[in-house]
Design a protein around this ligand. Structure first.
Ligand SMILES: [Zn+2]
Length: 70
């Protein structure tokens, strides 16, 4: 008996072969892969939640951290 079942991502389209409902995710939630072709991609879990661009460094405006002199 095996617990190694496949978890599909409903409605997901493979960017490689364009097949729908062929994208599955590994049991550790770290990698998505296609059952129809060789597509495999690391799943950016953290960036998906905070909606920020993962490739760009966070830029803060220094002025916001200074005490305001009025
Ligand atoms: Zn595919």
């Amino acid at each position: 008996m095996t617990k190694n079942f496949i978890r599909f991502i409903a409605g997901a389209v493979c960017p490689s072969c364009k097949e729908i409902d062929k994208i599955a995710i590994t049991s550790d939630d770290q990698t998505i892969y296609c059952l129809n072709c060789d597509f495999k991609e690391h799943k950016p879990v953290e960036s998906a939640t905070n909606q920020s661009k993962p490739d760009e460094p966070q830029v803060f405006n220094i002025e916001d951290f200074r005490p305001k002199k009025s």
